[in-house]
Design a protein around this ligand. Structure first.
Ligand SMILES: [Zn+2]
Length: 124
């Protein structure tokens, strides 16, 4: 049977694919109608260009991992300094840098999570 309407194409596409709702992320696989049952938004199939943002998400996650690795090295350095008998002023300075780094990492993680759809871009 030939597909003749947009809603038939949408239903046929969703019948065989795990696709998150672009608004709420609900899995639309097998959806019988063009409305997300979770958030109520109407859906339609579209044609889009392959995004140049393909590597944005891996870069964002890689940057986050790099910052976390730096934080881990800083923690090891603090413990090593403490065991070697560093002055309390040095330890407080390390602790301050570590605290600032944790706040930066938490902020970056928050932005990545909030903007993940925009960072990931359209998927082919
Ligand atoms: Zn939805």
């Amino acid at each position: 049977m030939a597909l003749t309407s947009d809603s038939e194409f949408l239903r046929a596409w969703l019948g065989g694919h795990d696709v998150p709702c672009p608004v709420c992320g609900y899995n639309l696989r097998g959806l019988p109608a063009g409305v997300c049952p979770e958030c109520g938004n109407s859906l339609r199939l579209t044609v889009t260009a392959i995004s140049s943002k393909r590597w944005s998400w891996p870069i964002a996650i890689g940057t986050l991992a790099g910052m976390a690795a730096f934080q881990a090295l800083l923690a090891v350095s603090m413990v090593t300094s403490w065991l070697a008998g560093a002055s309390i002023a040095d330890l407080w300075a390390d602790l301050l840098v570590s605290g600032i780094m944790l706040v930066v990492i938490a902020g970056y993680l928050h932005v990545c999570i909030k903007c993940r759809r925009a960072i990931r871009g359209a998927r082919p």
